[in-house]
Design a protein around this ligand. Structure first.
Ligand SMILES: [Zn+2]
Length: 317
């Protein structure tokens, strides 16, 4: 009697266990089906991604689409994405434009704010030169960049591009990024209204095309004097509505402080302002008056190399 009851109890237990197992299996299957359905429906949305370079593409919490988007981002540069746009269909071009902007916005965010965040970022330096091309300084800067095997970004003045077309062509041909600063650099005129700024930018873009060819285009812009100004919102809005991404700077050599500050001053200023930054977006000037900017450039580059910084142009983002 006792044994029979025991057997009955065992059978009952086994049945319950089996039922539980089947239930677990069913739940697992349903969950995985929903997950698959979810990723099939969801298009990869670039703007939804975590905006940081220390994102781990092998992180299990990322969806397959997110991982694919990151892989695409890693295997291209803004410059070749922008070139592809010229030959793409309308829909594809819009997608590529988003991709190019995403990369640049990400870089821009990384250059902002010191603190713990910087320590996680790869050491990268984006040297930028404003106000060129110039008849003497540009070529001297290019010689140093070539010898040091470094790529940089030139935010140029349209008027100067027309005055020194061969110099601008050399900048471009040697693989540096050519970006828009202004046509006139006349603060009074360009900041009189957002429409005046728009006209100035369009004129600058036209001058670059006339020197570098109709296929040349850029979505990189720097406000003369930087974006920090009273009532800047309307100007920023205008620039962004035109499809440009604007870049200020987080590090500078101080060559705008006086006619031509000494080499020591420039090197020290650069060193003191870059403390705490792993992503450096620096400002220097490319005008004939700034001979010490040229004279201090090599030392600044070598110091950064010694500390393991990688040099990139904004087109290589
Ligand atoms: Zn300027």
């Amino acid at each position: 009697m006792e044994r029979k009851r025991k057997n009955k109890k065992q059978v009952y237990m086994i049945r319950r266990l089996l039922a539980l197992l089947i239930l677990i299996l069913l739940i697992a299957v349903i969950v995985s089906l929903f997950k698959k359905l979810g990723t099939a429906i969801a298009k990869p949305k670039i703007e939804d991604h975590n905006v940081s370079t220390y994102i781990d593409k092998d992180n299990e919490n990322l969806s397959k689409n997110e991982r694919n988007a990151i892989r695409i981002l890693e295997n291209s540069t803004v410059e070749n994405i922008n070139k592809e746009i010229a030959f793409a269909s309308y829909e594809k071009a819009a997608e590529l434009e988003d991709l190019s902007k995403y990369r640049l916005e990400k870089m821009k965010l990384n250059s902002m704010g010191k603190g713990a965040k910087q320590a996680y970022l790869k050491k990268q330096v984006f040297l930028t030169f404003d106000d060129g091309p110039s008849s003497k300084s540009t070529e001297a800067i290019l010689d140093i960049l070539k010898e040091e095997d470094v790529k940089a970004t030139f935010f140029v003045v349209g008027k100067n591009a027309l005055n020194f077309p061969d110099v601008l062509k050399r900048v471009y041909d040697e693989g540096h990024t050519v970006a828009i600063h202004t046509y006139s650099h006349d603060y009074k005129n360009i900041y009189s209204s957002p429409e005046a700024l728009e006209a100035d930018i369009n004129k600058a873009a036209e001058s670059l095309k006339s020197v570098l060819g109709e296929n040349f285009s850029t979505n990189l812009y720097r406000f003369p004097g930087g974006s920090w100004r009273k009532n800047k919102e309307a100007f920023v809005e205008k620039v962004e509505s035109m499809g440009y991404i604007y870049f200020d700077w987080n590090v500078l050599n101080g060559d705008a402080e006086g006619a031509n500050p000494s080499v020591d001053y420039l090197v020290n200023k650069f060193d003191s302002t870059r403390k705490g930054y792993n992503v450096i977006l620096s400002l220097m000037h490319d005008t004939n008056a700034k001979t010490n900017t040229v004279s201090s450039l090599r030392q600044i580059i070598r110091d950064l190399k010694d500390e393991g910084f990688e040099f990139k142009s904004l087109g290589e983002v």
